[in-house]
Design a protein around this ligand. Structure first.
Ligand SMILES: NC(=O)c1ccc[n+]([C@@H]2O[C@H](COP(=O)([O-])OP(=O)(O)OC[C@H]3O[C@@H](n4cnc5c(N)ncnc54)[C@H](OP(=O)(O)O)[C@@H]3O)[C@@H](O)[C@H]2O)c1
Length: 318
């Protein structure tokens, strides 16, 4: 029998799912064509879940789905096209999804882009905020009715310890009045992911839909595609000096899967987790295992919600 209190930094998604049965559960994972999304999908499919992964590159996604079907023996692994940088694309995806499914048990808002050069989404939003937060905000809002029907259900958003780089700068989310800085932009978007979990929990928690934000750890994936050679070398040196713990992809998916399924979290939400545990709110600790107070501030969560509704042009209320 697994001692669930022992899960930690090196636990894998398979460890966390030991003894958990996901037969009959429908799971939707964004960004399932690479990295953590693939392992999250594989681990949940291995436990019997019906998994839908979204991707931009459908050929890449079909290879992933074929591998997962083969390795798990679970044929209920589907792919769907979704570009989070397009509000029209998100609406079209949600319409297709709602036409096929009348309930959803677990939504994993996993897709993300990190530290890219300045760019904008199709609708003109700064790329990291637009993709990482606004895209998921609209999609989750449109899918909320099936999450409510699926209750008890869960929404897990991939944030990051990088949220510590920046709060949401409400007066200049799009970097119109300051120089663009790719890490501040990433931090802002990842803070928004935590605040979104707080806002979701307030609206849906009492209806049995609980929301979580997670830091998966530091894992070498395609997420590093926009990092410079110097930045990657800096990470290598910190790892060699024992200053940075780099996780395997299997361990990197563990906290997501934990937030999505752990029985001990039932009835709780609006939480930030890392290394398979709920983190303390701490504004001083130089630790990646704490969450800054600005990221769980209920007033900031409300302000972000209202601003996000205005930006996507849709009232997201349930
Ligand atoms: N790896 C880490 O160390 C780490 C640390 C902290 C937090 N995280 C978070 O974990 C999540 C997963 O990251 P990962 O490491 O697995 O990175 P990854 O391998 O780069 O995977 C990211 C996924 O997001 C998709 N994506 C990116 N932009 C998109 C868009 N505009 N529309 C739709 N899908 C899009 C990518 O699709 P394409 O293949 O088409 O690009 C890919 O499937 C991210 O939210 C990241 O911020 C990761």
């Amino acid at each position: 029998m697994t001692d669930r209190s022992q899960f930690g930094i090196d636990s894998t998604a398979d460890d966390v799912l030991d003894g958990i049965d996901l037969n009959g559960k429908l799971v939707l994972i964004t960004g399932g064509s690479s990295g953590l999304g693939v392992e999250t999908a594989r681990a949940m499919a291995a436990k019997g879940a019906h998994v839908v992964i979204t991707a931009r590159d459908m050929a890449k996604a079909e290879m992933v789905a074929t591998d997962i079907r083969a390795s798990t023996g679970n044929n209920a692994v589907e792919i769907e096209e979704l570009e989070l940088g397009s509000l029209a694309g998100i609406r079209a995806f949600a319409e297709r999804f709602l036409a096929k499914h009348d309930r959803l048990d677990i939504l994993v808002n996993n897709a993300g882009v990190m530290a890219c050069p300045y760019g904008t989404t199709e609708d003109g939003f700064e790329l990291q905020f637009g993709t990482n937060h606004l895209g998921h905000f609209l999609m989750t809002g449109l899918l909320a009715p099936v999450l409510i029907k699926g209750a008890p259900s869960r929404i897990v958003s991939l944030s990051s310890a990088g949220h510590q780089f920046s709060p949401v700068v409400f007066d200049d989310i799009g970097f119109q009045h300051r120089d663009y800085q790719k890490w501040l932009s990433y931090g802002q978007s990842k803070t928004a992911n935590v605040l979104f979990a707080v806002g979701l929990e307030k609206r849906l928690g009492e209806r049995g839909v609980h929301a979580y934000a997670v830091h998966p750890g530091a894992i070498l994936t395609e997420l590093a595609r926009h990092m410079s050679e110097e930045e990657i070398e800096g990470y290598r040196q910190r790892q060699a000096a024992g200053d940075l713990h780099v996780k395997t992809v299997e361990a990197g998916a563990a906290t997501t899967v934990y937030a999505a399924t752990a029985p001990e979290l039932e009835g709780r939400g609006g939480l930030y987790l890392a290394d398979c545990r709920v983190c303390d709110v701490d504004d001083r600790a130089e630790s990646w295992s704490v969450v800054r107070s600005y990221a769980v501030d209920p007033e900031a969560a409300e302000r972000l919600w209202t601003m996000s509704e205005e930006m996507v042009g849709t009232s997201v209320s349930f």
